[in-house]
Ligand binder design. Sequence first.
Ligand code: BG6
Length: 485
Amino acid sequence: MAHTMVIFGASGDLTSRKLIPALFRLFQRGKLPPNSRIVGVSRSDFNSEAWREQLRISTSGFLGADFDAQAFNAFAEQVHYFSCDINNANDFPPLADFLGKVEGGEKADRVYYVATMPQLYETTIVQLGASGMACDSQAARRIVLEKPFGTNLETARKLNQTLQKVFREDQVYRIDHYLGKETVQNILVLRFANSIFEPIWNRNFIDHIQITVAESVTVGRRADYYDRSGVLRDMFQNHLFQLLMVTAMESPARFTADLVRDEKVKVLRSVRDLVGGDFANCGVRGQYAGYLKENGVAAESPTESFAALKLHIDNWRWKGVPFYLRSGKGLSCRTTQIVVEFKEPPHILFGKGKQAIPQANRLVIQIQPAEGIQLHFQSKVPDAEMKIRQSQLDFRFDGTGNEKYSDAYQRLLLDALLGDASLFARNDEVELAWRIIDPIIAAWRSPAAPELHTYPIGGWGPDESGEWMDSQLRSWFDVCPVISG
Ligand code: BG6
């Protein structure tokens, strides 16, 4: 079967920075299914030749020395452009004709990738429905939607309702690029393809879990968007919750899209509701020094660029094990890591005084930029009575082979083309995530909100974040990548 990827928002940043380089790399690696075409759609008045030329410039800039001009020429033969105003219903029948011509009358599975401004998502869906382009009686028709999927529960629901009028749920692919990361998928393999981790992956052995997505960058040119969004919408509702779900979910019976997503959804359903005073104590809010001077940020903006949250998952496996989630911009380094901190040994045998209390065993799962896993455990100091010290066992994810594995978009685009939805978010997942985040945002915008602490750029967020952990007799694992990339 032939495949067509139709990209709405062809002249946008995402298309040139992520989608086309990813499709080109897939092509170069021989992974793009044969007979695949890419059709860019936007209002700009290009023709296919002009668009190809523009993509050649942007892709070579993006890939730098890795850019292969000859390979790009071969790739570009499959790239086409159609100028269309999404707001104009009359532009869609000619688009359907154009796609038919590009496909040469063959039956082709189609993926409509909506990479437009979010304000155009619903119109695009409606127009696809009205023009009969969503009908999949002859060949598959799928739709991919970029983040953000709504800005709260209400808008996400509305978007889902619009989608449901035109597409079945199994035709809908909601992107969270964190799920396309190899190291995130590796968490599932670590947990469910080994027999040594699962037996201890529960409240009997684990004290708590920390999920940190730290970024050293500040909001930069995206201040206008970011100030309306803030870290809870920008990072927690999607990326951190995805990491939470894959860390906490039960094993599905089989690795199929719906069974995997059923298990993920159960995690969000089990997140304990916050009530009353919880909103003031469940976390820490911060804003980096200088945020208010960023171009595009509202005067006296209350938007958090840092947040730490404590969530509980009320089920048999996790009862009593807090999950600490934290993310922020302007921090000391870029690192995404999941730290599983185990309970202390029940009986202390070695050492005296303070030395006798061993540091807890930890499993540090490094998602990016370093990719690997580190196990922290105690060992004997050689040549010294029975003194103990902490030692590490390292596993480097990229150190085991020579293959250059794909970036998240390559994996997700390929899955969408081939119809595998396992790594995409389902409607109930997205709505449940908003159901958890919305009340926190509301409480943090109310007069009862906890204080918004200012933090200096280059650290680990406000001091109060560390103090908050101290008060719970725990401490953040504030270490930049423990495994060099
Ligand atoms: C995006 C957020 O979804 O994810 C950005 O909008 C953030 O603010 C980015 O910087 C982080 O992605 P990654 O893959 O670099 O961790």
